[in-house]
Design a protein. Sequence first.
Length: 108
Amino acid sequence: MQGALYRLYLFVMKANIDVRQWLYLYYLSSRKANLAAADLSYLNLRGANLRQANLREANLRRCDLTGVDFAGADLSGADLTGARVTSEQLAQAASLAGATLPDGTIQI
């Protein structure tokens, strides 16, 4: 009985994460998304369009940002600790002032 309840619990938790991720990706598909101070930690955002997005103070810890387009995005004060993102992607951003980079350093 406990094993079945545990499997049900794991299924519900995974479904919750999947729905949360789908909703964020749907919202991100709009241009100039305003995600200031949003908690996007641990999400798989592969290939998302974040052009011109406002990501000030956003929590992007451990996100998979492979192929994300940051052209003109404001990442000021964002936390990218442990995120999968290249320096080329980050170079496209309009601002990284005060952002915590994937290696833990803070951009000045």
